[in-house]
Write a protein that binds this ligand. Structure first.
Ligand code: SF4
Length: 155
């Protein structure tokens, strides 16, 4: 069986705005529900504070930045300290800039509309995630009849 690929999902820490809230919740959903066996989340504050384990992981494995807005804090921090990210999901592109800039919410105050936003962002992260997994598959699909086991959904 092929070695399982891990992908780092780095959320911005936007504490001030809804875009940051949605970004963090979508990232959490990747790890808890959608791709738990392949997702590694990286704590941005620890990363910025010099966490060597986080920085090494982001150097050695593919990463997706999830940013609340076009200031792209998660992408910029990852690229400054580790290396180029494989892709970026901008929450503001998916829920609208005005909505992303509205005040942050506590998770207990989330409405059905907010949860739908989390699902929409998580769906886009998942789409990009699966593209990266397939690109990193160590066993080309054409050479086998069933899934290779690395998590790329081939076979
Ligand atoms: S990317 Fe935007 S929402 Fe996220 S921390 Fe930076 S400024 Fe805040």
């Amino acid at each position: 069986m092929a070695e399982e690929t891990k992908i780092g999902v780095v959320s911005c820490s936007g504490e001030d705005c809804l875009g940051g809230t949605i970004s963090r919740l979508a990232t959490r959903k990747m790890m808890d529900e959608i791709r738990p066996d392949h997702t590694v989340t990286i704590c941005l504050p620890l990363f910025l504070a010099g966490g060597q384990e986080e920085r090494m992981f982001a150097k050695e494995y593919p990463t997706i930045a999830v940013d609340g807005c076009s200031k792209a804090c998660a992408k910029r921090a990852t690229e400054k300290y580790s290396g180029k990210v494989n892709s970026v999901v901008f929450v503001s592109d998916l829920i609208g800039g005005e909505m992303a800039e509205s005040p942050a919410l506590s998770t207990r105050d989330l409405t059905a509309e907010h949860r739908a936003m989390v699902d929409k962002v998580a769906a886009e992260v998942t789409r990009q995630f699966d593209v990266i997994l397939s690109a990193n598959c160590k066993e080309p699909t054409a050479s086998k009849a069933s899934s290779c086991g690395c998590g790329c959904n081939c076979g």
